[in-house]
Each structure stands twice: as structure tokens, then as C-alpha cells.
Design a protein around this ligand. Structure first.
Ligand SMILES: O=C(O)CCC(=O)C(=O)O
Ligand SMILES: [Fe+2]
Length: 348
């Protein structure tokens, strides 16, 4: 509880009127939004981020990564031009189709779960750090989990490609295509089960039913962790264990944010467009001091009133944490990231 400020009018439970007003002013979610989150396990909050101030730098950063990729591919004779005149989506699609490759890892803000090498690309850039630590996002998180906020390392940048640009042979990742039904709790180790990890899904451009927006089963978060099975795209819940109600697709505008509990069952649709790349970040935050469920990857304190000096403010410090993890993982055997085995129980 906040201590009353000197000179405040004290009311009987120890709160001052001024503090109560201050707390009310800090609330970001409306009562209806908070109720929806609690009852249905998710809520879309509009107008959280500023498309120009908060999201345009993320797109510019992806353009910078694509510049580097296109130049390297041109030098290697894999493409005929760097396609600098095309917009981001057109250029990425062209580069993928012509080179026959997809490039999720170059843009991502996490390492892969297997086969980390000393030169595995990871885009831990200042622009990405600024989005992860955006005060507007953290105010929203603060409203649900309180002011001691840890950035959980289960996080991604996803560039969902139209089907025609997804490679049919060679390496492939769920980060560029449809995501199967799962709970985020299903993709971490059991030690994080009670950590109250909040998923924050951020569309960077518009997410539509056509280009592969998310869909959720409302109120699917109440019955605990459902068994998941390893499949080509990662982990999924088998059809027979999916909730009986109807899923809801969540078309979203840039600036809006989806908040989900770690037990909410969700997936994403196929990108059925010809020319759109759905760009999004999925981030996770949890109270400080609890296991993340992915201990080999680094998180950081994003906000703290109890210990302000513990907060990571430096983009380079954040990048170093990931580069150190990469150096360590490149020398080790692949660690275990989840609890599910193919071919046993419901996965047999
Ligand atoms: O963006 C997607 O397609 C899937 C995202 C997801 O599963 C998540 O944010 O937890
Ligand atoms: Fe997810």
C-alpha cells in the first residue's frame, strides 16, 4: 500500500484522497476491459501505442535488417536486385520468393530453441528495446500485474508471409506462417506455471482475417494447462482437447494491443493475401522474482518502484544479455524448452 503523502487528508483505511485519485489516474484499463480479461482471458485495448512514435521505428528497424539481407543475397548471387524501390512487404516477399528462403531469425528478438551458433542472427536493436519498455505498454501491464514488472524472454517479432512466399523446401518456421492452437503456458517449462505471465500481442501493421490475425477461444483460460503435442510448427493442442465454444478472430489496428493470460487458447489464421506481410511482436511480462519458464534466455526488470536501480534502461545492456546467452548456448547441447513428448499419451 502507498504511504499517505504529507499533508494529505487521511481517510480511515490509511489511504489519502490524493493517493486514491493518483491511483485512479494510473488505471489504464476500464472496468469493462478488466472484467473481460478476467472472465474471458483476453482483451483488446485500442489506442495504446502511437503508430508514428512507437511503431514506425519498429518498421524502420525491420527495413534496416532487410537492407542488410538483400545486399548480402545480391552479393551472393541469390537475387537480381536489392529491390530498394519496393515497400517493406513487397520487398520481403520478392526476396523470399527469388532466393527460395525465409528469414525469420534475422528479424527476431529471441534465439532459436535448437542449434544456436555463435553467428545466429538476433535483432536485439535499440528500436526493439524501446518498444519492449514503452511506458504506455508498461502502464497497461502495471494495471494487471502491478508495478514490479519483469520482461519475460519468451518474445518474438513475427513477419507472417503470404502463402506464396513461404518456402516449401528447406528450413521453415512457425514465425512466418500460421500458428497452431496452443496456450502460452504450454511452451514453457513447469517452473513458470504459477508466474502469472501476461502475453502482450502488438500488431505493427493492421492484422486482419485475411492476413492472419490471432484468434482466441473466449473463457478458455479457466481449466488449467491442456496437454500439448510436438508438431512441425512447434506445439499444439489436439483437436479433441480444444474448447467446445467458437473461437473469435481478432482483427486489430496498429496501436491496439491484445492482452492474454498464459492459459488462453489461441492460434493465428493463414495469411491468405497476395501482398501483405502481417508484422507483429509478441511480448510477455510477469511479476519480478518469479521463474520465467525459459531459464536459459535472459529477461530483465522493466519497471520497479520497490527497487528502481534494478531497472534495465540501456538498450546495449539488454542486447549484451542476449549475445552472452548466444555465446553460452553455442557451446552447449540444446537445452530442454518444454515438457511434451511426441508419441505418448494424447500425442500417440
Ligand atoms: O502471432 C502469431 O501468429 C502467434 C502469436 C502467439 O501465439 C502469441 O503471441 O502468443
Ligand atoms: Fe501464443
Amino acid at each position: 500500500m502507498l504511504a499517505p503523502l504529507a499533508g494529505d487528508d487521511i481517510i480511515e483505511n490509511g489511504w489519502s484522497f490524493r493517493n486514491l485519485e493518483k491511483r485512479a489516474a494510473m488505471r489504464v484499463l476500464t472496468l469493462a476491459q478488466r472484467e473481460q480479461f478476467e472472465m474471458e482471458g483476453y482483451v483488446v485495448v485500442d489506442g495504446v501505442l502511437d503508430p508514428v512514435k512507437d511503431l514506425a521505428p519498429v518498421i524502420a528497424d525491420c527495413e534496416r535488417v532487410l537492407d542488410g539481407l538483400a545486399e548480402a543475397l545480391l552479393r551472393g548471387g541469390r537475387i537480381q536486385s536489392t529491390y530498394r524501390d519496393l515497400d517493406f512487404a513487397g520487398r520481403l516477399i520478392q526476396v523470399c520468393i527469388e532466393s527460395g528462403q525465409n528469414f525469420w531469425q534475422d528479424f527476431d528478438i529471441s534465439l532459436p530453441l535448437t542449434g544456436v551458433r555463435h553467428d545466429t542472427p538476433i535483432n536485439v536493436s535499440p528500436a526493439m528495446f524501446r518498444l519492449l519498455t514503452s511506458p504506455r505498454l508498461l502502464d497497461l501491464v502495471d494495471d494487471l500485474i502491478g508495478p514490479e514488472i519483469y520482461s519475460n524472454p519468451v518474445q518474438h517479432v513475427r513477419l507472417k508471409l503470404p502463402e506464396r512466399a513461404v518456402t516449401k523446401t528447406g528450413p521453415y518456421s512457425g514465425l512466418v506462417s500460421q500458428t497452431p492452437w496452443h496456450q502460452d503456458n504450454g511452451v514453457i517449462l513447469p517452473e513458470g506455471d504459477e508466474s502469472k505471465i501476461l502475453t502482450v500481442w502488438v500488431p505493427v501493421n493492421r492484422a486482419t482475417i485475411e492476413n492472419g490475425c490471432l484468434q482466441v477461444f473466449p473463457s478458455s483460460h479457466g481449466s488449467g494447462l491442456i496437454p500439448h503435442c510436438p508438431v512441425e510448427k512447434g506445439l499444439t493442442i489436439s483437436d479433441s482437447l480444444l474448447p467446445a465454444n467458437a473461437p473469435v478472430p481478432l482483427a486489430m489496428q496498429p496501436g491496439s494491443v491484445l492482452l492474454m493470460t498464459s492459459r488462453t487458447v489461441h492460434s493465428s489464421l493463414d495469411n491468405r493475401t497476395e501482398n501483405e506481410v502481417r508484422i507483429s511482436l509478441d511480448l510477455r511480462y510477469q511479476p519480478v522474482g518469479k521463474p520465467t519458464g525459459r531459464p536459459v534466455f535472459p529477461g530483465f526488470v522493466a519497471r520497479s518502484t520497490a527497487c528502481p536501480s534494478s531497472v534495465m534502461n540501456d538498450p546495449a545492456g539488454w542486447a549484451s544479455l542476449w549475445l552472452e546467452a548466444r555465446a553460452r548456448l553455442a557451446e552447449e547441447n540444446d537445452p530442454t524448452f518444454n515438457r511434451w513428448k511426441a508419441g505418448v499419451g494424447v500425442c500417440a
